[in-house]
Design a protein around this ligand. Structure first.
Ligand SMILES: Cc1cc2nc3c(=O)[nH]c(=O)nc-3n(C[C@H](O)[C@H](O)[C@H](O)COP(=O)(O)O)c2cc1C
Ligand code: SF4
Length: 517
């Protein structure tokens, strides 16, 4: 009987040698006349173990990793096809604590199913949310999303249901659903993992959004550096179309929904929703004034729902299991689960989906296992390049939108980047300003000019040139950028700078201070 071996086709696993491992397994199986079926799944998100291969056995799937092509003969010798013992064995995948202790809702199929197989998707609960939605009115779908408490997972955490209701109420013959798959934040990869590992869930979520607001056309605006996700999404869209899940008559309902992938412009600002719309219309990605909101006047001037990949991929489970099921997870006004991406200096980087409420310490010390260098954690940047640097003394902050705002931070898209005690926080502050200067779309002065001046002032402080006066100037400049910028790039780039100044002032000591210390 054929034995199924899963080898991820996830870009992270590929970068670590998964393709060579898949070929080695296939050729070694031929050589030994073993009947092996290799399935290319997504990643389980245990990146320190990638390439993590799994074998379907009588005790469920058994995991081995990190596997390199040269390990393959010894895996066959150890009878891994029946879960045999090997130095790289981790036992049943479902029992690995990192996975077992998570609460995977949005990611429940990622790494489990074959992303190219619609049958596998359906066998694991796929398209049940759409089936429910097809029996509901647009208002009822929107109400369900509202009741679930789902907030946007792209950064601003705006309630998805309110956005959808605004679009539903806007009268127009043409409306759009746009998926923001630009995933520009540092240390983030959740969107990519979904698109590569469970692409049908995004298609299903977007189709439900289309039914809810009355849109018949959807676009996935995809980060240009994600060719594997592009291939996975395009293959899944073609399969869904052929099976009648997309097109002019979705599941025989007489309702239309079509979907296309568009590659992004390759700039961080193209992830900002109005810039994204400009880019999708074929123009330079530059921020639009609001109002009008995109939900009223969006793509080509038509009402448009724009949501992040994780937001849209969370919708099918809400429609399938009900708003209450999703809402029961979480804490305070942060309902449901958040897929958190652990990156930077960590022993166990990866994807952790869990209900809101666990602490940053649970994540970086518990799941992450502390720093890979073995040195103490000094700072954690949460929420991408515009997120504040959180000192070790604040690691007990719960993962909750409001709790992070209370300490001057933000959860953003759930990216967590860890630094040990060798980090130079003045250099990190300078980097934040420089990033803003490089990525600024140039539309407003506080960001365009302010960020360049900010880099210069930080350089003067670090050089020991009139440190106190220049620190006053830098703080003043940051306040001007926060208050006067048109969008959150200029409006939030000061947060990492100010947090570095507030929590790590010793790193800004000028040359003279350092010499005297
Ligand atoms: C500079 C900047 C970059 C952004 N980049 C992204 C991005 O890469 N992906 C994303 O989903 N949202 C990004 N956003 C947030 C979007 O503007 C918008 O809030 C989001 O797409 C809405 O979807 P959501 O409500 O599902 O989060 C960015 C915002 C700013 C200001
Ligand atoms: S804050 Fe920066 S990126 Fe945003 S609109 Fe102004 S110049 Fe453009």
């Amino acid at each position: 009987m054929s034995v199924t071996v899963y080898v991820p086709r996830d870009a992270g696993a590929l970068s670590l040698g998964a393709e060579a491992v898949a070929s080695a397994i296939a050729s070694e199986a031929r050589r030994r006349h073993a009947d092996v079926r290799v399935v290319r799944n997504g990643s389980r998100g245990l990146y320190w173990l990638e390439p993590l291969i799994e074998v379907e056995t009588s005790m469920g799937r058994v995991a081995y990793g990190p596997v390199q092509a040269e390990d393959v003969p010894s895996l066959f010798d150890a009878d891994f096809l029946h879960g045999g013992k090997h130095a790289l064995a981790h036992g049943p995948t479902a029992d690995i604590h990192y996975l077992k202790s998570q609460q995977r809702l949005t990611f429940e199929r990622v790494g489990v199913v074959d992303p190219r197989s619609l049958e596998d998707y359906r066998a694991h609960g796929g398209y049940r949310g759409l089936a429910a939605a097809l029996h509901m009115s647009g208002e009822e779908i929107v109400q369900t999303v509202l009741d679930s408490g789902l907030r946007g997972r792209g950064g601003a955490a705006f309630p998805a249901g309110i956005k959808w209701k605004t679009c539903l109420d806007a009268s127009s013959l043409r409306k759009y659903v746009v998926c923001n798959a630009d995933e520009g934040d540092s240390g983030t990869f959740a969107d990519r993992m979904i698109m590569e590992g469970d692409p049908f869930v995004l298609i299903e979520g977007m189709t439900i959004a289309g039914l809810a607001v009355g849109a018949t056309q959807g676009y996935i605006y995809l980060r240009v550096e994600y060719p594997h996700a592009q291939r996975a999404m395009e293959a899944a869209i073609a399969t869904a179309e052929a099976a009648g899940y997309l097109g002019d008559n979705v599941c025989g309902s007489d309702k239309a929904f079509r979907l296309e992938v568009r590659m992004g412009g390759g700039a961080y600002i193209c992830g900002e929703e109005t810039s994204l719309l400009e880019s999708l219309e074929g123009k330079r990605g530059q921020v639009r004034f609001k109002p009008p909101l995109p939900a009223i006047e969006g793509l080509f001037g038509k009402p448009t729902v724009i949501n992040n990949v994780v937001t849209l991929a969370s919708v099918p489970i809400i429609l399938d299991r009900g708003a209450g099921y999703y809402r029961d997870y979480g804490s305070g006004k942060s309902r449901g689960t958040l897929p958190i991406q652990l990156a930077g200096n960590l022993k166990r980087p990866g994807l952790v989906e869990h209900a809101f409420g666990l602490t940053l310490r649970d994540l970086v010390e518990g799941y992450g296992g502390g720093t890979a260098s073995g040195r103490p954690i000094r700072a954690v940047q949460v929420g991408g390049p515009l997120g504040a640097y959180i000192p070790a003394s604040q690691l007990d902050t719960p993962i909750d939108y409001e709790a992070f705002v209370a300490i001057g931070g933000m959860l953003g898209h759930g990216g967590v980047v860890v630094f040990d005690d060798t980090v130079d926080m003045a250099a990190q502050a300078r980097y934040a300003m420089e990033f803003c200067a490089i990525e600024s779309c140039g539309k407003c002065t506080p960001c365009r000019i302010g960020s360049t001046r900010g880099v210069e002032v930080i350089d003067r402080i670090v050089a020991g040139d009139a440190r106190e006066r220049n620190e006053v100037l830098l703080r003043d400049l940051c306040q001007t950028m926060i208050a006067g910028s048109l969008c959150a790039l200029g409006g939030m780039a000061p947060f990492p700078v100010l947090s570095a100044l507030d929590h790590f002032p010793e790193d800004f000591a000028g040359a003279a201070d350092k010499a005297n210390a």
